[in-house]
Ligand binder design. Structure first.
Ligand code: CA
Length: 246
């Protein structure tokens, strides 16, 4: 697996390249944002992007990379760059890691992001549960969600979602109307052992609401989590034609 590391600080890039090499990753290292954008044309499997770069804002690099390809992006940020992290996730980065971090932690994030963005289930499923996906797209009012092609159409027009935004929408759409807790969502859409602040979830929900053109698609169950609601339709659960025989 080939990684593109965009990081100007050799004291970080050196040990990182060496450490990732021990895990079997090949690392192409560049020190500027512009070199990173050029390097991304070489189709790396994943980009590690430092936000504090000498020649351009890391967020602009993120935007530029995302405009060109769906390559998974993990941002590397310094402490105190929380606002930047949220903006970066909205721009389409898949995850972030705050300095300082260990190589093992980074490798875990790389694997988690790769599993998600390759369209695989977030964690291994038993073989007998293979191919649980419905073959056709799921229709939710004016929204069409196709898990096989990972495409979303709204009133016939394709909506461009990042891999994580798609996973989040697809998860909530598994049972429209049902409230999924923040932890359930983090465990399923992010990582089975996600820990730490879940502001990234709010950023993704905000991005989805914006892209779907109506905040009513995802409603907040205050203090609990979120649910998918088809705007204009009765969100009440329990009317899905499953009579209780008792
Ligand atoms: Ca830097």
């Amino acid at each position: 697996m080939r990684l593109l590391l965009i990081e100007d600080d050799d004291r970080i890039a050196g040990p990182l390249t060496e450490g990732l090499g021990r895990y079997g990753f090949t690392v192409d290292h560049v020190r500027t944002g512009s070199a990173g954008i050029v390097g991304a044309d070489g189709s790396p499997d994943l980009v590690l992007l430092d936000l504090g770069l000498p020649d351009m804002d890391g967020l602009d690099v993120c935007r530029s990379l995302r405009a060109r390809s769906a390559v998974p992006i993990i941002m590397i940020t310094a402490r105190g760059e929380e606002a930047d992290r949220i903006v970066g996730l909205e721009l389409g980065a898949d995850d972030y890691l705050a300095k300082p971090f260990g190589v093992r932690e980074l490798v875990a994030r790389i694997r988690a992001v790769t599993r998600r963005t390759s369209g695989a289930l977030p964690f291994p499923a038993p073989a007998h549960q293979a191919a649980p996906e419905a073959p056709g797209p799921q229709l939710l009012g004016s929204l069409e969600l196709n898990r096989r092609t990972r495409q979303v159409h709204l009133s016939g027009a394709e909506v461009q979602l990042t891999p994580r935004e798609f996973d989040l929408l697809a998860y909530l759409a598994e049972d429209p109307g049902t409230v999924y807790s923040r932890q359930q969502i983090m465990d399923t859409v992010w990582d089975p052992h996600f820990f730490g602040p879940t502001k990234t979830l709010d950023a993704h929900v905000a991005a989805l609401r914006r892209k779907l053109g109506d905040p009513a698609w995802i409603t907040t169950a205050r203090g609990v989590g979120f649910r998918l609601t088809v705007p204009g339709h009765d969100p009440e659960p329990g009317v899905a034609g499953c009579p209780d025989a008792s």
